[in-house]
Design a protein around this ligand. Structure first.
Ligand code: IMP
Length: 189
């Protein structure tokens, strides 16, 4: 669907199907491991909530948030998990991997904590923009390099609650008028 400079790239139905598949794979691969799924705030909240309901083995859920320093992918943990990750089978849950710098830095930080194993589930992969190669054990969709919104992804805090995933075709226009996506995003079905 294309409307006024916004293109729906993944529908609600496709999102739900793919998230169910990823949850199914995690369930069989972690059957006896009681993993901790760690959602990276705030973009992965919706994906995490949907994914964990398709994980049908005992699992825990926690969250952390990151701060970024400079442009070189240096990150720190702003809000940490409550659960200790030492000796745990950790699955990082990310919304989108772009350059890969954030995920690489986060994996390094978590490895220092003596995890038993570490994997990543990312809903979206902007593979063509990768700067550093980083392992992605569970991947929802490979996407192009357009700026994406909805299903957790935001523009200045807006639009995380849009139910499907959209690409912004004219980013300068959205920058000038941040509310311009609202009539499309929240149109009643
Ligand atoms: P990376 O370090 O370049 O891989 O950046 C990953 C982070 O950039 C994600 O966790 C998002 O917060 C943000 N990001 C990258 N692309 C998009 C997008 O298209 N829409 C919204 N956020 C994005």
């Amino acid at each position: 669907m294309t409307e006024d400079g916004f293109v729906e790239v993944v529908t609600e139905t496709r999102l739900a199907e793919r998230v169910a598949q990823l949850g199914g794979r995690i369930s069989s691969e972690y059957a006896d491991r009681n993993p901790v799924l760690v959602g990276v705030l705030r973009g992965s909240v919706i994906f995490t909530a949907d994914l964990i309901r398709h994980v049908t083995v005992p699992a825990e859920v926690d969250f952390l948030s990151l701060t970024r320093f400079g442009g070189q992918g240096r990150v720190g943990i702003a809000m940490d998990t409550e659960v200790s990750l030492e000796n745990r089978h950790v699955i990082i849950v990310e919304d989108i991997v772009d350059t890969g710098l954030t995920l690489t830095a986060l994996r390094r930080l978590l490895e220092l904590r003596g995890v038993a194993s570490l994997a990543t589930a990312a809903l979206l992969d902007k593979a063509s923009r990768r700067i550093v190669d980083v392992a992605l054990e569970y991947r929802g969709f490979e996407v192009g390099d357009e700026f994406l919104l909805g299903y957790g992804l935001d523009w200045e805090g807006r639009y995380r609650n849009v139910r499907s995933l959209w690409a912004v075709m004219d980013l300068p226009a959205l920058r000038r008028a941040p509310d311009s996506f609202a009539p499309v995003a929240y149109r009643r079905r």
